[in-house]
Design a protein around this ligand. Structure first.
Ligand code: SF4
Length: 326
C-alpha cells in the first residue's frame, strides 16, 4: 500500500497497553508509525509544575516527534471501561501537548469513552480514520484486523514479559524466545502500565527482577469479575478504572498464587496516594498478609541503585517467607 504519511505515537502513558492495537490500525490504513525514543538523561525531561512524571514524559516524547511526523496520535481517553473513568489528566493530555508544541503539529485527539456503549470504540476509530482520509469501510476493516492482532499479542503476554527485554515488549515483530529454566520465585507487579513498563520511570526494574531469579506476572489476565470481587468489600467505591484494577489485582495476588507483590506508584499521583490508603486500611482489617508486599514510589529523582537495594532486600524476605511456608 502506498504510504500516506507519518504518524507519531509518543512512547508514554497508555502506549504501554494499546500500542500493538494502535500501530496495527494505522499501518493497515497505510500510515508509517513512528515511535519516540526513550529519555536517557533526566535533564531532557520536559518539566512543568505539579505534574506526575508520566505526564511530563508524554510531553517530552511528543516534543521528540513533532518535527518528524504529519500527525501525533494522543487520544483523549475518558474511559476504557463501561462504567468507570480514567484519571482526569488523560482528558487534558492532548491539550497539554498542543500547548507545549505551540500548535506546530496536528494532533489526532479523538475522544475514547467506552461508557457510551458497545460500539463506541469502533466509532471513535471510524472518526480517526475519516480524519486521516480513509473510507468508513477501510477503517472498519483496519479496526477488525487491529483487534485480531491485539488479541494475538495478548495471548503471548506472560511469556513476553519474562523472556524479552522490557524495551521490546510491545514490538509485535519480535518473536518470544523459547522458555529457559523456570524461576524459583513468582512475583506480581502491580501499577499503572506506564509505571510497570516504561524504563525511564522504573529504571528497568523488570530486568533487575528477572536477573534476581524471579518470574513476573501482571494483572493483565484477571477478569473483571475477579477484580470486582476483590474491590467489593471496600468502604468506598473506586471510580477510576486503573484504580480498581490496581487494588483488585493487588488483593487477588496477596491472597495467593505468587510469592510476593510489588506495587509501583507515581509520586505526585493523587490516585495512587488514595489507593495506598485504601490498601493499608484493608490490610489492617484483614490482619496483614502472609505474602510480602513492596511499595515503591517513582519520580524523576528515583535512582537505580536505591531501587536495586530495595528489590534485593525484598527478594530476601520473599525467599525466607517461602522457606518458612514449605
Ligand atoms: S493516574 Fe496518576 S500517574 Fe497516571 S496520569 Fe493520572 S496522576 Fe499521573
Amino acid at each position: 500500500m502506498e504510504e500516506k504519511g507519518r504518524l507519531g505515537i509518543p512512547r508514554a502513558l497508555m502506549f504501554y497497553r494499546y500500542f500493538p492495537f494502535w500501530r496495527s490500525f494505522f499501518e493497515r490504513l497505510g500510515w508509517k508509525v513512528m515511535v519516540s525514543d526513550g529519555v536517557r538523561q533526566k535533564e531532557k525531561i520536559v518539566y512543568f509544575e505539579d505534574s506526575c512524571l508520566p505526564m511530563k514524559l508524554l510531553v517530552t516524547h511528543a516534543m521528540q516527534l513533532k518535527e518528524k511526523v504529519d500527525h501525533l496520535f494522543i487520544p483523549r481517553l475518558v474511559s476504557i471501561h463501561r462504567t468507570y473513568i480514567m484519571c482526569p489528566k488523560f482528558r487534558g493530555a492532548p491539550d497539554i501537548v498542543r500547548l507545549a508544541t505551540e500548535r506546530k503539529v496536528s494532533i489526532i485527539d479523538e475522544t475514547i469513552d467506552l461508557r457510551k456503549g458497545g460500539i463506541s470504540l469502533l466509532q471513535s476509530f471510524l472518526r480517526i480514520g475519516e480524519r486521516l482520509g480513509a473510507s468508513r469501510q477501510e477503517s472498519k476493516k483496519a479496526f477488525r484486523e487491529a483487534e485480531q492482532s491485539f488479541s494475538q499479542f495478548q495471548k503471548g503476554w506472560t511469556d513476553r514479559i519474562n523472556r524479552l527485554p522490557t524495551r521490546q515488549l510491545f514490538e509485535m515483530d519480535i518473536a518470544t524466545p523459547p522458555a529457559g529454566r523456570k524461576a524459583p520465585l513468582r512475583v506480581a507487579f502491580i501499577g499503572h502500565p506506564y509505571n510497570l513498563f516504561d524504563i525511564d520511570i522504573n529504571k528497568d526494574l523488570l530486568a533487575l527482577t528477572k536477573s534476581l531469579g524471579m518470574e513476573i506476572i501482571t494483572s493483565d489476565f484477571l477478569s473483571e469479575q475477579e477484580i470486582d470481587r476483590e474491590v467489593s468489600g471496600l468502604s468506598k467505591e473506586i471510580y477510576w478504572s486503573s484504580g480498581r484494577e490496581i487494588v483488585g489485582s493487588l488483593f487477588h495476588f496477596l491472597s495467593g498464587g505468587v510469592d510476593g507483590v510489588v506495587f509501583l506508584t507515581s509520586f505526585k499521583c493523587g490516585i495512587d496516594a488514595l489507593l495506598q490508603e485504601f490498601i493499608k486500611r484493608r490490610l489492617k482489617v484483614r490482619g496483614g498478609s502472609s505474602i510480602p508486599l513492596l511499595i515503591l514510589s517513582l519520580d524523576e529523582h528515583t535512582g537505580r541503585e536505591g531501587l536495586t537495594t530495595r528489590l534485593e532486600a525484598f527478594q530476601d524476605v520473599v525467599e525466607q517467607r517461602k522457606t518458612e511456608n514449605i
